[in-house]
Design a protein around this ligand. Structure first.
Ligand SMILES: CC(C)(COP(=O)(O)OP(=O)(O)OC[C@H]1O[C@@H](n2cnc3c(N)ncnc32)[C@H](O)[C@@H]1O)[C@@H](O)C(=O)NCCC(=O)NCCS
Ligand SMILES: Nc1ncnc2c1ncn2[C@@H]1O[C@H](COP(=O)(O)OP(=O)(O)OP(=O)(O)O)[C@@H](O)[C@H]1O
Length: 238
């Protein structure tokens, strides 16, 4: 199995791209969703956040007030680093669990939607491909419209991340989401064909097979070969 990192800037269109990839049957792990799960009350990250940011960032029901926490961290870089240092290790642990789940299910590749993939660049070395969803000109207006933010607030959020033009340098593939949704969809279809055609998953399987063959003898060869010959990205039965 190989990993594909998908990233972009805030409101650059990652979720829009992921929706198409999911329709095509791809396995996608969404770091934003996991980031919400790991701060549920009574989990370790939640307790650390309350300890450092105080009970002022809680809603009446005890959950984290994301709007209040967002206002703090997008205007104060040192608080943002603090929040990242609390949440990112928990997010990465959960991502690893989900990757293993898809591996066991037989997926040939998994797409990891990670907004800060290029900022926390130690993750990129695990990715076979890195895809950037790019739309520098439309980003600000889409962000303001989607989240109902004033221009200054939206600009602060964009500034809290590496500029899209710098991220371009790290990406193996670019999806330009500056135009209409149909143009983006066509680019996603091309990316999907490329991933489906990729034989990189074979190396991991052959390596795993070699180890099993070495350990277990001839029946392990049978375990390796049928899976290698199946073309679909979908989980393979049996
Ligand atoms: C600050 C929080 C509470 C705001 O929550 P909210 O529901 O308003 O936004 P949401 O989580 O949907 O994030 C929206 C986008 O903001 C950007 N963003 C989120 N956190 C960060 C951050 N620490 N630094 C820079 N950009 C960020 C990303 O582009 C993300 O896609 C939340 O984003 C959070 O807990 N962030 C820290 C965890 C994190 O780094 N998440 C990003 C995925 S690794
Ligand atoms: N090609 C497009 N044309 C017009 N609007 C678009 C296009 N792509 C995305 N949008 C809109 O722009 C906004 C941001 O897109 P989306 O939510 O997919 O970005 P995102 O990168 O997942 O954002 P975030 O990381 O901040 O959650 C949404 O309101 C979406 O409907």
């Amino acid at each position: 199995m190989f990993l594909v990192g998908l990233s972009g800037g805030i409101a650059s269109g990652k979720s829009t791209v992921v929706t198409v990839l999911r329709e095509l049957g791809c396995a996608v792990i969404d770091a934003d969703v996991i980031a919400r799960q790991v701060v549920q009350p009574h989990l370790k990250a939640y307790q650390q956040i309350v300890h450092h940011f105080g009970t002022e960032i809680l809603l009446e029901n005890g959950e984290i007030n994301r709007e209040a926490l967002g206002s703090i961290i997008f205007s104060q870089p040192e608080k943002r680093q603090l929040l990242n240092s609390i949440t990112h290790p928990e997010i990465q642990k959960e991502m690893l669990k989900q990757i293993l789940k898809y591996f066991v299910l037989g997926y040939r590749y998994v797409i990891l939607d990670i907004p800060l993939l290029f900022e926390t660049n130690r993750l990129t070395k695990f990715m076979k491909y890195t895809v950037l969803v790019y739309c520098p000109r439309a980003q600000l207006s889409r962000l303001m419209q989607r989240d109902g933010l004033a221009q200054a607030e939206a600009e602060a959020r964009i500034r809290s991340q590496l500029p899209l033009d710098e991220k371009r340098r790290f990406a193996t593939h670019i999806i330009d989401n500056s135009g209409g949704r149909e143009s983006t969809r066509r680019q996603v279809l091309r990316l999907h064909s490329h991933l489906e055609d990729s034989l990189d998953f074979l190396w991991a399987r052959l390596a795993a097979g070699t180890v099993v063959v070495g350990l277990g003898g001839s029946c392990s060869c049978y375990w390796v070969s049928p899976r290698c010959s199946l073309p679909s990205s979908q989980p393979q039965q049996g």
